[in-house]
Design a protein around this ligand. Structure first.
Ligand SMILES: [Mn+2]
Length: 286
């Protein structure tokens, strides 16, 4: 696979070479199984577009993170049928990891894409654990007839790897048996409002090498209103950033995905906040 740069690079419109990049952004505009609000296939383009509104100097990390090199690839082909898409995406990620040591940031798209993003990381990193930030447990073996559902995002990985869930405030009767069971530790939101304690717990539970999957609905809808299946009472901005900063500083984070941004008419809060979050995480990892 040759990695082709997108016309529009994240944060900077200027093109760079992949070999000079510390981070690689991969747009994944896939949407097939959304069950409520639609539009997440427009998420990646909206987030990249919003990234041009960010200041290049980040006020918290006090760094111009773009100087570390952020390479953005062309979007993957999200129009493929479900059966073809998942093997294709997994192959693409495998090829990407073979061609660069830059840390990938995948922008979805619906959360099901994580099913194809994770196996190449699991294969490469022994004892990888997954930090799963989400309102929903996403542990159903299948949902509405599809094993590749947004409601099944972390089920396959949870069979083999440790999954630590935070922000969770919606668990189905049919997935109850999978939360806080096997390799899954679920921190229900309402039981974990002491965020310092939560930070200590997740740092203990995660292994040394971590993949972070961020469903933006893990945030409170006030922070990320544009998403398909919102839930009340999520993380506020600084509460979440503190946890992410701790994980980025104390663990080896090898990959990140941010999914379920669904641009809304008349509001660009979600895509702007998502872009800022990605840039901030890159700053933590610099
Ligand atoms: Mn969710």
């Amino acid at each position: 696979m040759t990695v082709i740069p997108a016309e529009n690079q994240f944060v900077l419109r200027k093109r760079i070479h992949l070999k000079d990049a510390s981070f690689v952004v991969v747009p994944v505009p896939y949407e097939k199984t959304t069950s409520y609000g639609q539009g997440t296939k427009y998420g990646p383009a909206a987030v990249i577009d919003a990234s041009y509104q960010l200041e290049l100097w980040d006020e918290e990390t006090k760094a111009e993170t773009w100087k570390k090199g952020i390479f953005t690839t062309q979007p993957v082909d999200g129009a493929l049928a479900e059966k073809k898409f998942f093997p294709y995406l997994e192959k693409t990620v495998n090829a990407l990891l073979a061609s660069t040591t830059a840390i990938p940031f995948f922008i979805g798209g619906e959360h099901s894409v994580t099913q194809a993003l994770l196996p190449p990381f699991i294969k490469r990193h022994k004892n990888l654990s997954i930090l799963h930030f989400d309102a929903h447990a996403d542990l159903r073996p299948s949902y509405q007839g599809s094993a590749h559902s947004h409601a099944s995002a972390v089920y396959p990985a949870s069979r083999t790897n440790r999954v630590v869930q935070i922000g969770i405030r919606s668990v189905g009767a049919d997935e109850r048996q999978y939360h806080n069971a096997g390799k899954v530790t679920t921190h229900l939101m309402h039981e974990n409002l002491d965020f310092r304690k939560l930070e200590r717990n997740i740092l203990r539970e995660l292994t040394a090498t971590v993949y972070i999957t961020i469903d933006v609905d893990g945030f409170d809808p006030a922070v990320m209103p544009g998403t398909g299946t919102p839930q009340p009472g999520g993380f506020m901005w600084y509460e979440a950033l503190r946890l992410f900063r701790a994980v980025c500083k104390k663990k080896r984070v090898v990959g990140v995905d941010l999914v379920e941004v669904s641009p809304q008419k008349g509001s660009n809060i979600t895509e702007l906040n998502a872009a800022k979050l990605i840039y901030r995480l890159m700053g933590y990892l610099s």
